[in-house]
Design a protein around this ligand. Sequence first.
Ligand SMILES: [Zn+2]
Length: 360
Amino acid sequence: MDRNLYNLPKNDPSFFARTEKAVAYHAARCEAYEQLLERAGYTDRTIRSYDDLYRLPSIPTLFLKNHQMYSTNPRMAVFKATTSGTSGKKSVAALDLGTCLSALKMVARVMSYYGVISPVPVNYVVLGYQPNKSNELGVAKTAFGATLLAPALRRKYAIKFEDGIYTPDIDGTADALFRFSRQPFPVRIFGFPAYLKFLLDELHARGIRLTLPKNSGIYLAGGWKQFAGEQMSKPELFEYARDILGVPPQRCYDFYGAVEHPILYASCKCNRFHVPIYSRVLVRDAATLEPVPYGTPGLASLISPLVKSMPLVSVMTDDLLVMHEHCDCGIPSPCFEILGRASANDLKTCAASAAELLSK
Ligand SMILES: [Zn+2]
């Protein structure tokens, strides 16, 4: 067991030092970032505590969708990704080789903590986009990357790329799953929660109940986006998957990450995302941006010194989340739950939506 991955107090001094260094590094190389820090009145740039992390200006992801900021030449990037942004705005993350290698090491460590890396060959069902050369969607790349964590026998994609366009293929995916269930190898299902629900609905409509081979698992990431009307809670969806596919909820995982903050958060058995030593997550009041105590929802500053090619040391997403200091699962670090997406156009509305979400 990797005892240090979630031991934040032990890691704090080194994290603070590396974050301070990262801010100085980006401020020296990216003029727009230096200007942003100056305009925010950020003069004392020492980082020795969580209070110092809160003082560090956090760049809203909405700002990054309109302004590309680079600390190294973006042409040197080995990985480029855009987000599928519901508003149509796309943000490009251009990551250099060093950053990609650090990110891969981090992903491997988190994945092995959850037992996702395995030498046993598996059949993959990817509930997402089939990759193609012109596809720069971060989700397609991560979904493909996920299929490298255990040797692949077959990969079936639920969103096919054919004749230059993407088409959903829920029927074909249900057929593939049926075939895989008759083979002796574990099945791994990766992708968006809405597509898992559509797939379960399809099997249910056909009157099919499967028992996927031992050690099969479900790995979800991303929100419901345009399918918000179909939304189920994660525990409900995992129960539905147990019913139709015979995969126990303890083999069902949820992952959280963002193109602007390439840190992998995996859900624990209590369906919460624990903060690993690679990042810190600080929640702020949606209206005042002041720190809020554990248990109070708000906007989060996601902090990590990992990315070298862009000044993404502290970014603020428009996800509304709530942090907890302790969790029943036994993982020692603080953890968060995502309550939904806040309206980033008007931060003041976030407070209202927080109240609304809480009253549900
Ligand atoms: Zn937990």
